[in-house]
Design a protein around this ligand. Sequence first.
Ligand SMILES: C[S@@+](CC[C@H](N)C(=O)[O-])C[C@H]1O[C@@H](n2cnc3c(N)ncnc32)[C@H](O)[C@@H]1O
Length: 203
Amino acid sequence: MVTIVGIGPGNKKFITPYALEKIKEADVLVGGKRHLKEFEDIDCEKIAINASTDYQHILNKKGNIVILASGEPSLYGITEVILKYVDKSQLEIIPGISSIQYMCAKLKITMNHLTVVSLHGRSEDLVKKVKKNEKVAVLTDNTHTPQFIAALLKEENLYDRKIYVGENLSYDSERIYSFTVEELLNSNKKFDLNVVVITCGNI
Ligand SMILES: C[S@@+](CC[C@H](N)C(=O)[O-])C[C@H]1O[C@@H](n2cnc3c(N)ncnc32)[C@H](O)[C@@H]1O
């Protein structure tokens, strides 16, 4: 049996009790280094994944294979990959709190009519989404940084947008920033793990 477990934004406080139960029952625990580190006390085989992981090899293993996924596994997460290898009848997915959900809670904005874009290892037409929607949340990566996003908005003269950056959400080092397009462009801060929320004016 394969179980994908959403572990929330990072801090263990935000994992559901059911997800924890499943993690404790794992024979093989699979996940990114950052996530496996949180479960050093679980006594089972651990496999760290990276860009060149052979999923077929991992999924051929015997016993309960539990795959740790950041946030909500099915929101631009590992579900997309695992579905290519595992029959749905052999798969359980346990939802988790997405980094975006967490960020909206921090900003005290609703998720009604929120548009989600992922620039994490992929490209999407963010500007088109920003022009059409009043609230856009963006998953970023090392290339698609908050400053990269501000530059895209500047190119289209979208100066009226507010940009909120949520860094290291749920961890002790969590920071929430608020910028105008111009302020973010002029900032040389190198952000750690982050999500961005773009709104039309202040929230
Ligand atoms: C592959 S995506 C997975 C998103 C995940 N499925 C979710 O629901 O949050 C990874 C991106 O999620 C965001 N992310 C995940 N955890 C985060 C955290 N604790 N703080 C800020 N951003 C986070 C970052 O934009 C990161 O590059």
